[in-house]
Design a protein around this ligand. Structure first.
Ligand SMILES: Cc1cc2nc3c(=O)[nH]c(=O)nc-3n(C[C@H](O)[C@H](O)[C@H](O)COP(=O)(O)OP(=O)(O)OC[C@H]3O[C@@H](n4cnc5c(N)ncnc54)[C@H](O)[C@@H]3O)c2cc1C
Ligand SMILES: NC(=O)c1ccc[n+]([C@@H]2O[C@H](COP(=O)([O-])OP(=O)(O)OC[C@H]3O[C@@H](n4cnc5c(N)ncnc54)[C@H](OP(=O)(O)O)[C@@H]3O)[C@@H](O)[C@H]2O)c1
Length: 422
């Protein structure tokens, strides 16, 4: 159903100060925002998607390295209502995933409003509506618009911005320093000594990529990490864990995973990769810390091509001093130090979201707040978690929408200037 309430002509809407949106405003056109929009479309609910960048899935298109592939099998990464094409490999490449998302948006006629940076959103108790203020980041003129809506869906992602830790002396280092979100390939580091800070999936894969481009990476492991094989006897480790969880308690699945990891990978501790005392799935569920799924870095660690080093004490010009007193000469630093949510910077709300920008209620309860507020993609369960949130949100809003549109036959909204589905 194309939006039956659409009244505004789109060409001149940016010159307006306030715009009424029928249905929800979705902030973010990543996989979570797209999945929610598709499910709303399916329910016949109009919507508007606001995206700060000039494309969908900006994380995937602009802030990930070239060699990236999905690290979970494709059936766990497809969005609701449209599976991946059959000829996609088990682990689609970044390019294939972006192609899929583009065709997904096209299929469900999702046309986000690009270059719309949401600066603030607050619930107006008096009117019972959300007021979402954006600054237009495209073109030469900065335009500010206020969108007014009844429902607000936060889809800005768990990985909205890179964490840049403050480390003593880093500003005096002198060489190139970048976050993993700006790293594309190891090509330009050929022959260089690169310190990779962090040993999550990003740190491991960036280190592997650097090796493959004849650079010399040292990877900082300041605490501990669970490394699991991506597959065990040809079966995805993740899939195996999901299967076992149907019958067994979490602690037992954790134990089995660690035994299997030991059988396949051996003792990783002897290479400086100390395991946390909590099991990998429990750690993921309680702390959100993702285990590393090994796709070749461990082999390079074993061979010494990736040098594992302990935490950093301080940087100085062209050098880093480690906590064990060792000093390394280095040419560049890649901070694979993780990401954070940006929700606290723009959402003026303190009940549903906590200070770290994640919903306070744990999965599966963190998708719905009060007063028409929703969150999609904050489950720490990757794309499958986002799909589950999106389905719930659309059903919830769809139910109210259908009841109300049946009753009122659209009288009130027709008196307002409105948009939905740009
Ligand atoms: C390197 C890397 C690899 C990953 N690989 C996998 C994987 O294989 N499988 C998996 O399940 N998960 C993976 N993830 C997790 C990943 O976060 C999710 O797959 C997915 O991108 C989450 O989608 P999202 O829409 O919630 O967030 P995002 O993809 O981050 O999308 C959020 C969107 O919101 C926009 N936005 C943010 N703030 C604003 C604002 N204020 N105003 C307007 N727009 C805004 C952003 O520009 C962005 O387009 C990976 C993450 C990283 C960093
Ligand atoms: N192929 C894929 O699918 C793929 C690839 C990359 C990333 N991802 C996903 O993207 C998300 C983010 O992963 P990520 O690896 O970027 O981040 P991450 O999992 O949060 O890991 C961050 C790493 O940086 C370390 N760190 C942080 N600050 C540090 C400091 N000051 N000094 C030394 N070390 C420091 C952390 O150590 P501590 O543990 O000690 O804090 C940790 O090892 C995850 O969900 C991941 O699964 C997926």
């Amino acid at each position: 159903m194309e939006n039956m309430f659409r009244l505004a002509d789109h060409d001149d809407f940016s010159s307006r100060r306030s715009i009424w949106v029928n249905g929800p405003v979705i902030v973010g056109a990543g996989p979570s925002g797209l999945a929610t929009a598709a499910c709303l479309r399916d329910q016949g609910v109009p919507f508007a998607v606001l995206e700060k960048e000039d494309c969908i899935a900006s994380l995937w298109q602009k802030r990930t390295y070239d060699r990236l592939k999905l690290h979970l099998p494709k059936q766990f990464c497809q969005l609701p209502k449209l599976p991946f094409p059959e000829d996609f490999p088990e682990y689609p490449t970044k390019k294939q995933f972006v192609e899929y998302l583009e065709s997904y948006a096209k299929h469900f006629e999702i046309n986000p409003k690009f270059n719309e940076y949401v600066q603030s959103a607050r619930y107006d108790e008096t009117s019972g509506l959300w007021r979402v203020k954006t600054a237009s980041t495209g073109g030469s003129n900065r335009t500010e618009v206020e969108y007014i809506c009844r429902w607000l869906v936060v889809a800005t992602g768990e990985n909205a911005e890179g964490v840049m830790p403050e480390i003593e002396g880093l500003s005096e280092f002198g060489g190139e320093v970048m976050h993993a979100c700006s790293y594309k390939s190891g090509q330009k580091f050929s022959g260089k000594k690169v310190l990779v800070v962090g040993c999550g999936n990003s740190g491991m894969e960036v280190s592997l990529d650097l090796c493959n481009h004849n650079a010399f990476p040292s990877m900082v492991v300041r605490s501990s990490v669970h490394v699991l094989p991506r597959e065990i006897m040809g079966k995805s480790t993740f899939e195996l864990a999901v299967l076992l969880r149907k019958w067994l308690p979490l602690w037992l699945v954790d134990k089995l995973m660690l035994i299997l990891a030991w059988l396949v990978l051996g003792n990783t501790e002897k290479y400086g990769l100390k395991r946390p005392s909590t099991g990998p799935l429990t750690l993921k569920n309680t702390m959100g810390k993702t285990p590393v799924l090994d796709i070749g870095a461990l082999e390079k660690i074993r061979s010494g091509d990736i040098n594992v080093v302990p935490g950093i004490k301080r940087f100085s010009r062209g050098q880093v001093e480690l906590v064990n007193g060792e000093i390394l000469d280095i040419d560049a630093v890649v901070l694979a130090t993780g990401y954070r949510s940006n929700v606290p910077y723009w959402l003026q709300e303190g009940e549903f979201f906590s200070k770290n920008g994640f919903p306070k209620a744990p999965f599966p309860h963190g998708w719905k707040g009060n007063a028409g507020l929703y969150a999609v993609g904050f489950t720490r369960r990757g794309l499958s978690g986002a799909s589950s949130d999106a389905t719930r949100i659309a059903q919830d809003i769809g139910k109210v929408w259908k009841e109300e549109t049946k009753q009122t036959k659209r009288t009130t909204a027709c008196h307002r200037r409105c948009i939905s589905q740009f």
